[in-house]
Write a protein that binds this ligand. Structure first.
Ligand code: SAM
Length: 284
């Protein structure tokens, strides 16, 4: 089976499975398998898709399947996982965030592009502070904490999470990337009260998981479902600044809360899709 044929079959199967961007996902999977990028596929459309064991981290099916379909080649296990609506980042095992490539699996939330705006605002509020002490509450895969350390090497970054699984993944990412951050297990609000220059958090804020897209069901519930976490954190925090990611429609409520708590410079920033996503303020 050629790369061109594999792409066509994968696109068709992913579309039938209800995947929102079947062509893009098909390209990601095939590119991963061939150890290239999506744009690198253009020159390889006539190549044969490897049978079995080619491609990093792929479990081979062996060459027993029919030669004319994805079954029997190394694409099949990846495709089957994505067809089951497992997030693309888990299937690929890695995902880009800011300047980093992070290991991703079901132990922690997939780092989202909108969270890059949270990092940007955190870097902005910390700009005038020398060796800022920054706490990332709910560190998950390590995305925020590690991106901050990468882009502000003089910062002293601590990440905290209640989930031992998430922390294990964050540790693996820190080690792989050679970035020194402190990682600990515990409750974020308690840690926030210890005194920091900046407390940043992307807390669980999905109020109901009833009608969410199937991909979210693969992610840890503790990373997604939550209500009132912004308030708990903002009330507990002893810090110069708080920078919080919020869900759709929550920004004004969280901004009002920060105003009530006496914060100065309360501001809402939209993410790259134009949705209000980050609320920040300077605590009294
Ligand atoms: C939305 S995820 C964010 C993960 C990561 N920071 C990111 O942006 O990709 C929320 C994280 O908060 C953690 N968490 C939930 N409740 C917590 C608490 N009370 N204290 C600390 N962490 C908590 C979850 O385990 C999860 O890893």
């Amino acid at each position: 089976m050629t790369v061109r044929e594999a792409l066509a079959e994968a696109e068709q199967r992913l579309a039938a499975a209800g995947v929102e961007t079947p062509r893009v996902d098909a390209e990601w999977l095939v590119a991963h398998l061939l150890g290239t990028t999506r744009s690198g596929l253009a020159g390889r459309l006539g190549d044969e898709v490897p049978a079995g064991a080619a491609g990093a981290g792929v479990s081979p099916l062996g060459a027993a399947g029919s030669a004319g379909s994805a079954s029997g080649n190394a694409l099949e296990p990846l495709l089957a996982r994505r067809e089951a609506r497992e997030p693309l980042a888990y299937v690929l095992g890695e995902w880009g965030f800011r300047r980093l490539t992070l290991k991703t699996d079901a132990r922690a939330l997939v780092p989202r592009p909108e969270t890059e705006t949270l990092v940007e605002r955190t870097l902005a509020v910390a700009e005038g502070i020398e060796r800022p002490r920054i706490l990332d509450v709910g560190v998950g895969s390590g995305a925020i904490a590690l991106a901050l350390k990468d882009e502000r090497p003089d910062a002293q970054v601590t990440g905290i999470d209640v989930s031992a699984d998430a922390l294990a993944l964050a540790r693996e990412n820190a080690e792989r990337l050679g970035l020194e951050v402190e990682l600990r297990q515990g409750d974020g609000a308690e840690a926030a009260a210890e005194g920091w220059d900046v407390v940043v958090a992307n807390p669980p804020y999905v109020e109901s998981l009833d009608d969410v897209q199937p991909e979210l069901r693969w992610e840890p519930e503790i990373a997604l479902a939550g209500s009132g976490e912004h308030e708990r954190l903002a009330r507990a925090a002893k810090a110069s600044f708080v920078v919080l990611e919020v869900g759709d429609g929550q920004a004004q409520e969280v901004a009002d809360l920060l105003e009530r708590l006496g914060c100065a410079g309360v501001a809402i920033t939209a993410d790259l899709t134009g949705r209000d996503r980050v609320v920040e303020g300077r605590l009294p």
